[in-house]
Design a protein. Structure first.
Length: 181
Protein backbone atom coordinates (compact mmCIF):
# COMPACT_ATOMS: atom_id res chain seq x y z
CA UNK A 1 0.00 0.00 0.00
CA UNK A 2 1.36 3.40 -0.95
CA UNK A 3 1.19 6.22 1.52
CA UNK A 4 1.12 9.84 0.54
CA UNK A 5 4.66 11.09 0.20
CA UNK A 6 6.24 7.65 0.28
CA UNK A 7 8.23 6.12 -2.52
CA UNK A 8 7.24 2.87 -4.21
CA UNK A 9 9.17 -0.16 -3.08
CA UNK A 10 10.98 -2.60 -5.36
CA UNK A 11 8.12 -5.03 -4.89
CA UNK A 12 5.61 -2.49 -6.15
CA UNK A 13 7.75 -1.69 -9.22
CA UNK A 14 8.12 -5.42 -9.93
CA UNK A 15 4.34 -5.83 -9.68
CA UNK A 16 3.75 -3.04 -12.20
CA UNK A 17 6.44 -4.40 -14.58
CA UNK A 18 4.82 -7.83 -14.68
CA UNK A 19 1.65 -6.30 -16.05
CA UNK A 20 3.43 -4.50 -18.87
CA UNK A 21 3.34 -6.45 -22.12
CA UNK A 22 5.91 -5.75 -24.77
CA UNK A 23 4.62 -6.36 -28.28
CA UNK A 24 6.48 -9.09 -30.16
CA UNK A 25 8.11 -8.11 -33.43
CA UNK A 26 8.43 -10.83 -36.06
CA UNK A 27 10.68 -10.84 -39.11
CA UNK A 28 8.56 -10.35 -42.22
CA UNK A 29 10.62 -12.96 -44.10
CA UNK A 30 11.02 -15.90 -41.70
CA UNK A 31 8.70 -14.91 -38.83
CA UNK A 32 11.45 -15.24 -36.22
CA UNK A 33 11.01 -13.02 -33.19
CA UNK A 34 13.44 -10.11 -33.31
CA UNK A 35 14.43 -7.29 -30.99
CA UNK A 36 12.98 -3.90 -31.95
CA UNK A 37 16.42 -2.26 -31.79
CA UNK A 38 18.22 -4.73 -34.07
CA UNK A 39 18.53 -3.89 -37.72
CA UNK A 40 18.93 -7.42 -39.14
CA UNK A 41 17.07 -10.62 -38.38
CA UNK A 42 19.38 -13.02 -36.57
CA UNK A 43 17.86 -16.01 -38.39
CA UNK A 44 17.69 -15.01 -42.07
CA UNK A 45 19.60 -11.71 -42.17
CA UNK A 46 16.72 -9.63 -43.50
CA UNK A 47 17.17 -5.91 -42.71
CA UNK A 48 13.79 -5.57 -40.98
CA UNK A 49 14.68 -2.13 -39.63
CA UNK A 50 16.82 -1.18 -42.62
CA UNK A 51 16.14 1.16 -45.51
CA UNK A 52 14.61 0.19 -48.88
CA UNK A 53 18.01 -0.15 -50.55
CA UNK A 54 19.13 -2.74 -48.01
CA UNK A 55 15.86 -4.65 -48.38
CA UNK A 56 16.18 -4.65 -52.18
CA UNK A 57 19.78 -5.85 -51.87
CA UNK A 58 18.63 -8.71 -49.60
CA UNK A 59 15.98 -9.82 -52.11
CA UNK A 60 18.42 -9.59 -55.04
CA UNK A 61 20.95 -11.75 -53.18
CA UNK A 62 18.24 -14.26 -52.35
CA UNK A 63 17.23 -14.57 -56.03
CA UNK A 64 20.87 -14.91 -57.14
CA UNK A 65 21.56 -17.57 -54.50
CA UNK A 66 18.47 -19.52 -55.59
CA UNK A 67 19.60 -19.37 -59.22
CA UNK A 68 23.13 -20.49 -58.27
CA UNK A 69 21.71 -23.38 -56.26
CA UNK A 70 19.66 -24.55 -59.25
CA UNK A 71 22.76 -24.37 -61.46
CA UNK A 72 24.80 -26.29 -58.86
CA UNK A 73 22.08 -28.96 -58.67
CA UNK A 74 22.21 -29.41 -62.46
CA UNK A 75 25.98 -29.89 -62.36
CA UNK A 76 25.71 -32.34 -59.48
CA UNK A 77 23.07 -34.29 -61.41
CA UNK A 78 25.34 -34.30 -64.46
CA UNK A 79 28.22 -35.62 -62.36
CA UNK A 80 25.92 -38.30 -60.91
CA UNK A 81 25.04 -39.40 -64.45
CA UNK A 82 28.77 -39.51 -65.19
CA UNK A 83 29.20 -41.95 -62.31
CA UNK A 84 26.58 -44.21 -63.88
CA UNK A 85 28.40 -43.96 -67.22
CA UNK A 86 31.73 -44.80 -65.56
CA UNK A 87 30.14 -47.84 -63.92
CA UNK A 88 28.77 -48.94 -67.28
CA UNK A 89 32.08 -48.39 -69.04
CA UNK A 90 33.97 -50.45 -66.47
CA UNK A 91 31.43 -53.26 -66.59
CA UNK A 92 31.22 -53.42 -70.40
CA UNK A 93 34.99 -53.18 -70.84
CA UNK A 94 35.43 -55.94 -68.25
CA UNK A 95 32.99 -58.16 -70.14
CA UNK A 96 34.71 -57.37 -73.44
CA UNK A 97 38.17 -58.19 -72.05
CA UNK A 98 36.82 -61.38 -70.49
CA UNK A 99 35.40 -62.62 -73.79
CA UNK A 100 38.44 -61.57 -75.83
CA UNK A 101 41.25 -62.48 -73.43
CA UNK A 102 39.43 -64.96 -71.16
CA UNK A 103 40.81 -62.94 -68.25
CA UNK A 104 38.65 -63.62 -65.15
CA UNK A 105 40.59 -61.30 -62.74
CA UNK A 106 40.00 -58.34 -65.09
CA UNK A 107 36.28 -59.17 -65.21
CA UNK A 108 36.09 -59.35 -61.41
CA UNK A 109 38.10 -56.13 -60.94
CA UNK A 110 35.94 -54.30 -63.50
CA UNK A 111 32.72 -55.57 -61.90
CA UNK A 112 33.91 -54.42 -58.45
CA UNK A 113 34.81 -50.96 -59.80
CA UNK A 114 31.45 -50.74 -61.57
CA UNK A 115 29.66 -51.63 -58.33
CA UNK A 116 31.67 -49.04 -56.38
CA UNK A 117 30.78 -46.31 -58.88
CA UNK A 118 27.10 -47.34 -58.74
CA UNK A 119 27.17 -47.05 -54.94
CA UNK A 120 28.88 -43.66 -55.19
CA UNK A 121 26.25 -42.50 -57.69
CA UNK A 122 23.49 -43.50 -55.29
CA UNK A 123 25.31 -41.92 -52.33
CA UNK A 124 25.69 -38.66 -54.28
CA UNK A 125 21.95 -38.11 -53.89
CA UNK A 126 22.42 -37.77 -50.13
CA UNK A 127 26.00 -36.54 -49.73
CA UNK A 128 27.01 -35.13 -53.12
CA UNK A 129 30.34 -33.59 -52.12
CA UNK A 130 31.72 -36.65 -50.32
CA UNK A 131 30.48 -39.07 -52.99
CA UNK A 132 31.73 -37.06 -55.97
CA UNK A 133 35.08 -36.34 -54.36
CA UNK A 134 35.50 -40.04 -53.57
CA UNK A 135 34.58 -40.94 -57.15
CA UNK A 136 37.03 -38.39 -58.56
CA UNK A 137 39.87 -39.69 -56.40
CA UNK A 138 39.03 -43.31 -57.23
CA UNK A 139 38.92 -42.57 -60.96
CA UNK A 140 42.30 -40.79 -60.81
CA UNK A 141 43.71 -43.69 -58.83
CA UNK A 142 42.49 -46.21 -61.43
CA UNK A 143 44.05 -44.16 -64.24
CA UNK A 144 47.33 -43.94 -62.30
CA UNK A 145 47.41 -47.67 -61.51
CA UNK A 146 46.71 -48.52 -65.16
CA UNK A 147 49.55 -46.20 -66.18
CA UNK A 148 51.91 -47.93 -63.74
CA UNK A 149 50.97 -51.41 -64.96
CA UNK A 150 50.94 -50.46 -68.62
CA UNK A 151 52.31 -46.94 -69.31
CA UNK A 152 50.73 -46.64 -72.77
CA UNK A 153 47.21 -46.76 -71.25
CA UNK A 154 47.64 -43.17 -70.12
CA UNK A 155 47.23 -42.07 -73.75
CA UNK A 156 44.53 -44.58 -74.73
CA UNK A 157 41.14 -42.95 -74.55
CA UNK A 158 42.60 -39.65 -73.37
CA UNK A 159 39.63 -37.66 -74.68
CA UNK A 160 37.13 -39.81 -72.76
CA UNK A 161 39.26 -39.57 -69.63
CA UNK A 162 39.44 -35.78 -69.88
CA UNK A 163 35.67 -35.51 -70.41
CA UNK A 164 34.93 -37.76 -67.43
CA UNK A 165 37.40 -35.87 -65.25
CA UNK A 166 35.89 -32.51 -66.24
CA UNK A 167 32.36 -33.67 -65.34
CA UNK A 168 33.54 -35.02 -62.01
CA UNK A 169 35.55 -31.88 -61.19
CA UNK A 170 32.57 -29.64 -62.04
CA UNK A 171 30.36 -31.83 -59.88
CA UNK A 172 32.76 -31.71 -56.93
CA UNK A 173 33.06 -27.92 -57.22
CA UNK A 174 29.28 -27.45 -57.46
CA UNK A 175 28.68 -29.79 -54.53
CA UNK A 176 31.17 -27.83 -52.42
CA UNK A 177 29.44 -24.57 -53.34
CA UNK A 178 26.05 -26.10 -52.60
CA UNK A 179 27.27 -27.25 -49.16
CA UNK A 180 28.34 -23.69 -48.32
CA UNK A 181 24.82 -22.35 -48.95
Amino acid sequence: MLLLGSYPTNLTILFYMENITIPRILCSQCETEINSETKFCTNCGYPENGDEKEKAHFHANKVMKKSQTKDDQKKIKSARKTLYWIAGIFFVSGLFLFFVLKDIPTLIFSAILAAIFLVLAYWSQHKPFAALLSALLLYIMVIALNAIVEPMTIFKGILVKVIILSFLIKGVYSASQNDKD
